[in-house]
Structures are given as C-alpha cells and as structure tokens.
Design a protein around this ligand. Structure first.
Ligand code: B4P
Length: 189
C-alpha cells in the first residue's frame, strides 16, 4: 500500500496525472481542490468559507483542510495505494499529514513534484478557464495563486527532500511521457 503526493504549482498537471495513475495502478485518489469545489457547489458552510479564499487565489485555512482530510482518511480504505492531489499545500499540512498517517501505521512513500515553467502554467490555466468556467482560472487570480504557491507551498519540497521522499519530475511534454516518468519512480518503490 503506497501513499503518494502529487505536488506542483497550479496548472502543473496534478489532476491530469492523478487520473493516469488511477487507471494504470488502481490507486484511490483524494483531491482537496475537488472536495472544496463539491462543498462550494453544495453551498455548505465549509463551501461558503472556502469560496472566499479560492476566488481570491488564497489557500483555505489549514485547520479546515486538515479536518476535511482526516474525515476522508477515516472513510477511505485504499487497497493498493492512495494519491494525495493538492494536499499538503503548507508545511503545517505536511506535518499534520505525517501524524494522521502514523495513526494508521503508515507514511508518505513518495512525493512527485511536477516542474513546469511559469509561462506554460499560465497558458494552461487560461485555456482551462475558457472551457471550465472555474472562477479561479482568470489571469489576476492565477497570478495570485502562483505567488501563494512560491511563498507557502514550494517550501514543502525541501521538507520532503530532507526525508528522502522528494522526486522532481519534468512536467512538460505529452501527458503520456510525463506519466511514464512518474511510473519510473513508482515502479522502484
Ligand atoms: P486545485 O484544484 O488543487 O487547483 P490547482 O492547484 O490550480 O491545480 P489543478 O490540479 O486544478 O490543475 P492541474 O495541475 O491538474 O486547487 C484549487 C484551489 O483550492 C487552490 O487555489 C486553493 O485555494 C484551494 N485548495 C486546494 N487544496 C488546498 C489545500 N490543501 N490547502 C489550502 N487550500 C487548498 O491541471 C491544469 C491544466 O493543465 C488542465 O486544464 C490540464 O488539462 C492541463 N494540462 C495538464 N497536463 C498537461 C500537459 N502535459 N500539457 C498541456 N496541458 C496540460
């Protein structure tokens, strides 16, 4: 049973590569972005709070995210592996995840860090914004999200590098080529 984190800037392909891994390996998948969008759609209290942050390009507060993930981890009983997509996004979330997994006698086995130049990230997200209508896929919010990524999320790479679980992966090229690079890491675990 493997616990994998798919990590990277907004638009780096976390959701896209998670889908590839689900079909290739039969792993379970948790995306905090998808969970928050479902809460927003349902207009729950959590969804209403999250919307204020997401529409502004900010991260949703750690305490809300950690509670949400704790519930999901209690419910899910992954057999082959679990992909964490978009979580953790702060060092505090990474530390909380370590504690939650330890309660289940497990740990993070690998972090897949998808690296994509900023210009390409912006192009991808603007393109998606035209099709998806996502309220955070407009130029102003994308730029804020990238700023937040560098300030609050990128330091996690160091955190996992110090634990020997960080893997930098070139996130440009075809979806299949990137997926192949990720598989080379997973198949060695
Ligand atoms: P997310 O839903 O995680 O959104 P994201 O970081 O923007 O990345 P996403 O997964 O959607 O994009 P992807 O890289 O797959 O989060 C949304 C918001 O929720 C956050 O900004 C934050 O406010 C909040 N949030 C979520 N988790 C949180 C947490 N843990 N703590 C606090 N707040 C949290 O793909 C992007 C696009 O690129 C797609 O359209 C895809 O088609 C395209 N693409 C992928 N691979 C490609 C390739 N190889 N070539 C060309 N295009 C490609």
């Amino acid at each position: 049973m493997l616990n994998l984190i798919i990590f990277g800037a907004p638009g780096s392909g976390k959701g896209t590569q998670s889908e590839e891994l689900i079909s290739k390996y039969g792993f379970d998948h948790v995306s905090t972005g998808d969970l928050l969008r479902a809460e927003m759609k349902a207009e729950s209290e959590l969804g209403k709070t999250a919307k204020q942050y997401i529409d502004n390009g900010q991260l949703v507060p750690d305490s809300l995210i950690i509670d949400m993930i704790e519930k999901v981890l209690e419910e899910k009983k992954p057999q082959k592996g679990l992909i964490l997509d978009g979580f953790p996004r702060t060092v505090a979330q990474a530390e909380a995840l370590g504690e939650l997994l330890a309660k289940h006698d497990t740990r993070v086995h690998a972090v897949i860090d998808l690296q994509v130049p900023e210009e390409e990230l912006i192009d991808r997200l603007l393109k998606r914004g035209l099709e998806s209508g996502r309220s955070d896929d407009n130029l102003e919010t994308i730029q804020k999200r990238l700023h937040v990524y560098h300030a609050q999320t990128a330091p996690i790479a160091e955190y996992y590098a110090s634990k020997g679980t960080h893997n930098a992966i070139l996130g440009t090229g075809s979806i299949e080529d990137i997926s192949h690079r990720i598989s080379e890491v997973i198949d060695k675990l």
